[in-house]
Write a protein that binds this ligand. Sequence first.
Ligand code: TXA
Ligand code: MG
Length: 326
Amino acid sequence: MTELLRPDAAGLARAADLLGGGGLVAFATETVYGLGADAANGRAVAAIFAAKGRPHFNPLICHYADAQAAFDDVEATPAARRLAAAFWPGPLSLVLRRRVACPVALLAGAGLETLAVRVPAHADALALLRALGRPVAAPSANRSGQVSPTNAAHVLAGLSGRIDAVLDSGPCQVGVESTVLDVTGARPVLLRPGGVTREAIVAVVGAIDRAAPPAVALAGGTLRSPGLLASHYAPALPVRLQAREAAADEALLAFGPAPEGAGTVFQLSAACDLAEAAANLFAGLRTLDEAGRRLGLRGIAVMPVPEEGLGLAINDRLQRAAAPRG
Ligand code: TXA
Ligand code: MG
């Protein structure tokens, strides 16, 4: 049985108790719901992988109540300190070297000598972290390969019965995961675009590199090197990118005015606002996937989203949703 908890004093205390006892609790952050476990408890961290059905051990992000607590566990570089001051609490995860005394289970970092750390900008998440008094390792609270959850119902749809509780704090405000930035070296490397834009990061630390850009041609929607793109965030229906129109048997994920005659439409943002589109993205994919399968449609067509600001994170998730299934 998975308990549904309200984020009041009693619910937060129950959630912290469950985590402290090695349990799994899903909780809201500003980005998506995370599936949390006590990061120092290796068995609890292993249970995250089992509940998600993750085929192999990807490193997890560790969540902290404040920057001081995070930098007690990892070695902060000057760039990391500037970024933390600018963006924490917020949707930025910093990859840094573990300190020798770091109590986080090695499995949480998949055995790497680095650890991704962040301070989430969500009152309930911060209250939970303070109540537990230890870092919480948390990937997105979905079954492996599926669309990330942005409300408690999404979490239950995938994980009900497999985890101890969900703390229901309503919908997430940002809607795409945190930006993951490796700041161990001289020049930061963008590992995953996310809720803090590349432009905002460059304004604080100067030029950054980008690791392994997605091997997808943005124009035309054809895959150049499909093998380089792991399928992820994937609805059951096939996803077609860069659509200017939808066929009669396709659902349409619209960004801006939808073309005439499109039948089953989910609007990400009629006004082409990227923040609004990011917040709606995963719910839109889920809604069209359900509706499309119910109506016997062949796939989901997605209108183009500009590759700037939060558009980098949105396009990254869409490209993974459209990647060939493994
Ligand atoms: O917004 C988010 O980041 C959400 C919420 C719950 O905080 N969490 C999340 O976790 O998206 P997850 O596990 O779905 O994604 C973690 C990402 C993966 O791409 C992983 O490879 C990368 O962070 N990562 C974690 N630790 C790393 C490390 N030590 N070095 C390089 N990449 C790392
Ligand atoms: Mg995930």
